[in-house]
Write a new protein. Structure first.
Length: 566
């Protein structure tokens, strides 16, 4: 049990668990579950729930089940099951034995439905869903009872058996709980327990043509599995009385449902329906598009499991909905990659540099640091030659006084290499700069001058002879506004899509160490940002790099401003 000293540092869910431990309600057990519906891919909001449920189980020496709430065969697919399992494992969590499925409990749920009918607490209703909606009432007016509510137990048992046997068409009948059509909570106004769906289920095939509703499945599945703390997002708070009603009416083991605030991020949509629309309408390249908030999209973009777990821990658990600035997520991945990602040099928009006093046909290897945050990462050799590439934004012909990079007559340091001075500029017929000429000081090998002179600018480069060409994809927010869900009259939420959410640079040049980089490998392009090798489109003969996140400094802003001036 948590000590009094630490109790003040517990979040509200942990406080509830501590109270249960003190009262002995669950015998000291903590068992949670993560219950996704396999009708789409998981997103960053699900990651918060995954970290919370698995994290609580680990903290209290308990267990967390992975259970698929697969009660709607028209929307669920085995593809989603496999993807969800992969995402949970990638985040670093293990559910131990095989994953569980609500469909495993269809037989027991049917028997419990029969019990409620026999106890006079459920009835078969012939109203259509539209008619039920009309009968439901409003928040200020009670609903009207179904004309079929007083059917006898025998008739209800007969009709329900015939529903199960496939005798009736879809939508013609439902099984409803008999609770209270005047209840203040609309969820208690005789909710539907079963509907008819003649559809093939991804696991049970055609064994069933009636399927339980989520509200009738959720609590009973928790009960079967011995869940102690059934943790849901706030939209299920009004469903908790129904959750409790079913368990009490069936007189079975009763877990505790607890609701917490779901994750909302700026510049992002979390609705699975809207994410599906983005994919279906081709507004993104797929569920794993690196601009998507899906876990597979973040993985492809180069996010790390540790960064996502740290982010979820940082934002904590709250009782009230709020929106988190996506900058916090980006900062988490920067912090993790800063510690672990190796550094390499790459030039996104190459400008050719010829060092006129460097011997033609010769090259040398210079020593570069792999990660200044990790001494154990060591160093690597970087080839240097007469012809180099630098960033075009690292040169200005008419440079202002505070421009500390390369300009005519100015001296700068080439990282890990030499001091160089610009001596000439070559332009094409249209006046565009195509090449700059420099001289180097051989005495400054390694980037230091023996005479003690200093230069204010240090720029990165790659050897033209040894460079590897890469396609670089610069990703930005998928939406151009902080809240894409806010739509003015006459607008659609897709109108907020950011037309500049991706920029593809086909002629980037990177150092040769990346030639053998594996798909998914992460690194920092010095002074530019964190990148990863694309896991889908990269091949041995085609290097594709995705920008994970920019550097947390002014460099990216400086580059953007200079490019806008051109």
């Amino acid at each position: 049990m948590a000590s009094e000293e630490s109790a003040g540092r517990l979040n509200f869910i942990e406080q509830i668990i501590a109270e249960h431990e003190a009262s002995g309600r669950f015998g000291g057990r903590v068992q949670t579950r993560f219950p996704p519906e396999p009708n789409g891919y998981l997103h960053i909001g699900h990651a918060k729930s995954i970290c919370l449920n698995f994290g609580l189980a680990a903290k209290y020496g308990g267990k967390c089940n992975l259970r698929f709430d697969d009660t709607n065969p028209t929307k669920e697919e085995d593809e989603y099951v496999r993807a969800i399992e992969e995402d949970v494992r990638w985040l670093g969590f293990d559910w131990g034995e095989a994953a569980l499925f609500a469909s495993d409990y269809f037989g027991q749920l049917y028997e419990w439905a029969l019990k409620l009918i026999q106890d006079g607490k459920a009835f078969v209703c012939d109203l259509s869903f539209d008619e039920m909606r009309e009968h439901r009432g409003t928040l200020t007016e009670p609903g009207r009872e179904s004309p079929y509510r007083d059917r006898s137990v025998e008739e209800n048992l007969d009709l329900f058996a015939r529903m199960k046997a496939g005798e009736f068409p879809d939508g013609s009948r439902t099984l409803r709980a008999k609770i209270d059509m005047a209840a203040a909570n609309l969820n208690l106004r005789d909710p539907v327990m079963y509907r008819i769906l003649h559809a093939t289920h991804h696991r049970t095939g055609d064994a069933w043509c009636i399927y339980p509703m989520y509200d009738f499945t959720h609590g009973q599945s928790d009960s079967i599995e011995g869940i102690t703390h059934s943790i849901c997002t706030l939209e299920f708070e009004n469903h908790r009385p129904l959750y409790d009603w079913y368990l009490d009416a069936l007189e079975i083991y009763h877990p505790q449902q607890i609701e917490f605030a779901r994750l909302n991020l700026t510049y992002t949509v979390m609705s699975k329906r809207r994410l599906l629309q983005l994919v279906a309408e081709g507004l993104v390249s797929g569920w794993d598009d690196p601009r998507m908030p899906t876990i597979c999209g973040l993985r492809r973009r180069g996010y790390t499991p540790a960064a996502i777990r740290n982010f979820c821990d940082l934002i904590g658990v709250a009782k009230f909905n709020s929106t988190i600035d996506v900058v916090q997520l980006e900062n988490s991945v920067r912090e993790d990659l800063n510690r672990h990602a190796p550094r390499v040099m790459g030039v996104l928009r190459p400008l050719r540099v010829v060092i006129e006093n460097y011997p033609e046909g010769e090259s040398e290897e210079l020593e570069a640091v792999n990660n200044p945050e990790d001494e154990s990462a060591g160093t690597r050799p970087v080839p240097f030659s007469r012809v180099l590439y630098i960033e075009e934004t690292d040169f200005m012909e008419d440079a202002p006084k505070k421009f500390f990079r390369l300009a005519p007559g100015r001296e700068v340091r080439l990282r890990y290499a030499y001091f160089v001075t610009c001596t000439d500029v070559v332009k094409d017929a249209d006046g565009r700069i195509t090449e700059i000429r420099c001289t180097y000081d051989p005495a400054t090998r390694g980037g230091n001058a023996p005479d003690g002179r200093k230069v204010k600018g240090t720029i990165h480069w790659v050897s033209a002879e040894h460079a590897v060409q890469a396609e670089v994809r610069l990703y930005d927010h998928l939406f151009a506004v902080p809240d894409p869900n806010e739509v003015a009259e006459g607008q659609d939420w897709t109108d907020h899509l950011n037309p500049q959410s991706i920029e593809v640079l086909s002629g980037a040049m990177v150092e040769p160490s990346l030639a053998s980089a594996e798909p998914g490998a992460r690194f920092q392009l010095e002074r530019t940002g964190y990148f990863c090798v694309d896991s889908v489109d990269s091949r041995p003969d085609r290097l594709v790099l995705n920008r994970t996140v920019s550097l947390k400094d002014t460099w990216a802003k400086v580059q953007k401003q200079q490019l806008q001036k051109k």
